[in-house]
Design a protein around this ligand. Structure first.
Ligand SMILES: NC(=O)c1ccc[n+]([C@@H]2O[C@H](COP(=O)([O-])OP(=O)(O)OC[C@H]3O[C@@H](n4cnc5c(N)ncnc54)[C@H](O)[C@@H]3O)[C@@H](O)[C@H]2O)c1
Length: 227
């Protein structure tokens, strides 16, 4: 018997990385899982790996219509939705404002905030009616960058602070309702972060940033925000 027997989840960005690991673990624990990911072809990959336990929708978390379609297809396939995982995110590769090419900055802000912040808000909005019916939960993949300066460049750090703000705000607004909201801050080993995000940049964190990041990790691990 798994921890999630009978549960149905929707994971954004479930086509790779942390989101895919969440999908695999949820299914191993007995859940059925919908995935919203923008990369075409991921739906077939997920079907091949997880069979009927998954339904995957190709779309963009920054579009409300795509989030609503993912909720609708998950409910059509599995009958309900009890867990929403707002996980899709993009990184800024630790680029400082000084390093950021001026002609790319506005577009980069739009993309990064569109995915990391607006994507969480629109996904939460789309999932909320089903979560309230199911006495469900929302989980957001935040980051150590959600409460500290050492987890990314200024764009990413600002976006993850906004995600933590969203979680706190939802906690305040819905304490009387049954949709719970949680934050999680993954922290893979440095070697993985270096290979993913570029070794030199990751290695350039100051000692103060690293110490702050350690403190933030301790806080984020216990940041179950609302019930
Ligand atoms: N990897 C880390 O070290 C780390 C640390 C802290 C937080 N995070 C956070 O964890 C989450 C997942 O990161 P990851 O490292 O697994 O990244 P990843 O790039 O491996 O996976 C992200 C997934 O999201 C999807 N995606 C991106 N933009 C999308 C969009 N607009 N619409 C739909 N899907 C979209 C991608 O296609 C991909 O499948 C992100 O929110 C990230 O900020 C990662």
């Amino acid at each position: 018997m798994g921890w999630l027997d009978g549960q149905v989840a929707l994971v954004t960005g479930g086509g790779s990385g942390i989101g895919r690991a969440v999908v695999a673990r949820f299914i191993a624990e007995g859940a059925r899982v919908g995935v919203l990911d923008r990369v075409p072809g991921r739906a077939e990959e997920l079907r091949a790996e997880f069979g009927d336990a998954v339904v995957a929708v190709t779309g963009d978390v920054a579009q409300l219509a795509d989030n609503k379609r993912a909720v609708a297809e998950t409910v059509a396939e599995f009958g309900r939705l009890g867990i929403f995982v707002g996980n899709a995110g993009v990184f800024d590769n630790f680029l400082s404002l000084a390093e950021f090419p001026e002609e790319m900055l506005s577009e980069a802000c739009d993309e990064l905030f569109g995915v990391n912040v607006k994507g969480c808000i629109l996904g939460a909005k789309a999932a909320l009616p089903e979560l309230l019916k199911a006495d469900g939960s929302m989980v957001f993949t935040a980051s150590v960058a959600g409460s500290n300066s050492g987890g990314g460049g200024p764009l990413y750090t600002a976006s993850k602070h906004a995600v933590v703000g969203l979680i706190r705000r939802r906690a305040g607004r819905h304490h009387h309702r049954s949709a719970r909201t949680f934050a999680s801050g993954p922290r893979p080993p440095l070697a993985i972060r270096r290979s993913q995000y570029g070794g030199a940049a990751a290695g350039q964190q100051s000692a103060a940033d690293r110490a702050g990041a350690r403190r933030s990790r301790r806080r984020l691990r216990i940041s179950v925000v609302a019930d």
